[in-house]
Design a protein. Structure first.
Length: 314
C-alpha cells in the first residue's frame, strides 16, 4: 500500500481487516517496525478518537509522532497562481514539502465546507497533500471519506457477526447541525466490498452521491429497512442536493428501542461523537447490543494495520 485515502488504495481490504484483528491480539508484536520513523498528524478540524487512536497506533509500532493543529499554525493556501496578499501565509506546496522532510508518513484530517459541492467533492485538501507530499499520505477523514473509520467498522462487524453474510443497514438519523457525508460515503464504499447484505435507508431528500451509493438498495421506509437487520449503522448527513442543506423530515428517524425491536436482534453502531436522544435514545446506546465503544476501540487496530502496511513499504 502506497497511501491510504480510500478503499481503492487497498489491494485486499479483507486482508487488512484480518491484519487489524491480528494486531488486536498482539498490539506490541511490531514495536521495531517504526524505529526512527516519524508520523506527522495534521488536523484542520477537531477530533477525539482519530487523533488519540492514530497517535497510539503509531507509538505501538515504535514510531515518533508529532501532531499539528493547523489552526495554531500558518494559514495555508491551496489554490495555484494566487497572489497571496490576503489571509493565507504559506502555500501547500511548501508546507507539504517541508513536512515531508520531517515525516515518513503524513496523516491529514480536513472537513468539507458544505457550501460548494463541486469544491468539496474535488477533495482539495487531501488531494493537495497527495500531490505535494513526498511521503505516503493517510486520510484521517477528508471532505468526502473517512476510511479509517470504515475499516474499524468492518473489523467490528467481523467480530460480532453471527452468520457469514449479515444484513447491515446504514440509516440516516436526525441532527441539529448540517454534517458531512464522509462517514456514510466511506461506509458504503467499504461495505460494498464486504461479505454483507447492505441496505441504505434515509428520508427522501437525503440521497447520497450516486458514485458512492452504486448498486446499494435504498429503502425510504426506515421500519421496512430494519426488518431482519443484524447491524444498524446510524449516521446523520446533510443533503447532497441541495448541497449542505437540511430539508424538513416529517417522521422521527431517531433510533429507538421500538425500532431496534423490528430487527433481527441487531447490534447498534455509530462512529461517535453522537447526540443522545436526538440521533439515538439512551436506551439503545446503553443496551447490551450497542457496539459504539468496541467500535471506537477498533479505531486503534485499524490505524495500526494501515500504518504497519505503509511502514513495510517506506
Ligand atoms: N469517529 C471519529 O472520527 O471521531 P473523532 O471525530 O473524535 O476523531
Amino acid at each position: 500500500m502506497k497511501q491510504f485515502t480510500s478503499v481503492h488504495d487497498v489491494s485486499d481490504p479483507f486482508q487488512l481487516v484480518q491484519e487489524a484483528l491480528a494486531l488486536k491480539a498482539q498490539p506490541h508484536a511490531h514495536t521495531d517496525l517504526g524505529r526512527n520513523k516519524t508520523v506527522i498528524l495534521v488536523f484542520f478540524n477537531p477530533s477525539l478518537r482519530t487523533r488519540l487512536s492514530t497517535e497510539l497506533a503509531a507509538k505501538n509500532l515504535g514510531c515518533n509522532v508529532m501532531t499539528l493543529n493547523v489552526a495554531d499554525g500558518w494559514k495555508l493556501e491551496f489554490a495555484d497562481g494566487t497572489v497571496m496578499n490576503a489571509g493565507t501565509a504559506e502555500h501547500i506546496r511548501e508546507a507539504a514539502g517541508v513536512m515531508s522532510q520531517y515525516a515518513d508518513i503524513l496523516a491529514v484530517r480536513s472537513f468539507p465546507g458544505l457550501e460548494d459541492k463541486e469544491k468539496d467533492y474535488a477533495d482539495q485538501i487531501m488531494r493537495a497533500f497527495m500531490e505535494h507530499a513526498t511521503v505516503p499520505v493517510v486520510s484521517l477523514e477528508s471532505a468526502i471519506r473517512h476510511p479509517l473509520q470504515s475499516l474499524a467498522d468492518w473489523v467490528t462487524i467481523e467480530e460480532y457477526k453471527r452468520r457469514k453474510r449479515p444484513k447491515v443497514v446504514l440509516s440516516w438519523a436526525p441532527h441539529p447541525r448540517a454534517l458531512p457525508q464522509a462517514v456514510s460515503n466511506s461506509f458504503l464504499e467499504w461495505m460494498q466490498q464486504a461479505p454483507v447484505d447492505l441496505v441504505l435507508t434515509h428520508p427522501k431528500g437525503y440521497e447520497l452521491d450516486p458514485s458512492f451509493v452504486g448498486d446499494t438498495p435504498v429503502i425510504y421506509d426506515q421500519e421496512e429497512a430494519f426488518a431482519d437487520a443484524e447491524f444498524i449503522y446510524t449516521k446523520n448527513w446533510s443533503a447532497v442536493y441541495p448541497y449542505g442543506q437540511k430539508p424538513e423530515v416529517e417522521k422521527d428517524w431517531q433510533i429507538t428501542e421500538a425500532k431496534m425491536a423490528l430487527t433481527n436482534k441487531a447490534f447498534f453502531m455509530h462512529c461517535l461523537p453522537v447526540r443522545r436522544n436526538v440521533v439515538v435514545s439512551d436506551g439503545v446506546i446503553e443496551s447490551p447490543k450497542s457496539l459504539v465503544l468496541p467500535q471506537a476501540g477498533n479505531r486503534l487496530y485499524a490505524a495500526q494495520a494501515v500504518l504497519k502496511s505503509l511502514l513495510e513499504n517506506v
